[in-house]
Design a protein around this ligand. Sequence first.
Ligand code: ZN
Ligand code: ZN
Length: 172
Amino acid sequence: MIIDINPLLRGETAEIGIDAVTVPAAAPDDYELLPGARIKGRIVNSGGYIRLTSSVSVPYRGFCARCLDPVERTLEFEFDRTVVADRSVSDEVIEENSEEYLKTEGGMLDLDEAVSETVYTEFPMILLCSDDCPGLCRFCGKKLGPDGRCDCGGKPETDPRWDALKALFPDE
Ligand SMILES: [Zn+2]
Ligand SMILES: [Zn+2]
């Protein structure tokens, strides 16, 4: 979504509302973006200081790190930036402070591009279907029950060091 903020720059309006579909460029490996990402908010010009305040929601799919089930969630984050529409801040400073500034080209603001970088960093390092997901049985590979047990009856392998110890004390 590209927004024309020229009316704001010319003083024809003091505020532009945003409620639009956004298309983030990419998700990290292991994640897939689902359709329906949106950005909602507004851009306000208060005496030449232009501020974007918005919230972004991005549906995605990933896999539980423990049981490997598909998990669908939505990233929700605030996306607030100072919009620089003139030469008051150098490109270098804008790039170094992309958490604070947004650049416009001829009064056009590319929100997809702006949001993409932030979206990428919002994904969780580890995705779980639930905080107490017990994971998979390490004997048969099936999903464990909520109590962490599996009906396959798989038993933990004995540590060979215990076998050596048992050999020393055959009666026990
Ligand atoms: Zn899980
Ligand atoms: Zn099992």
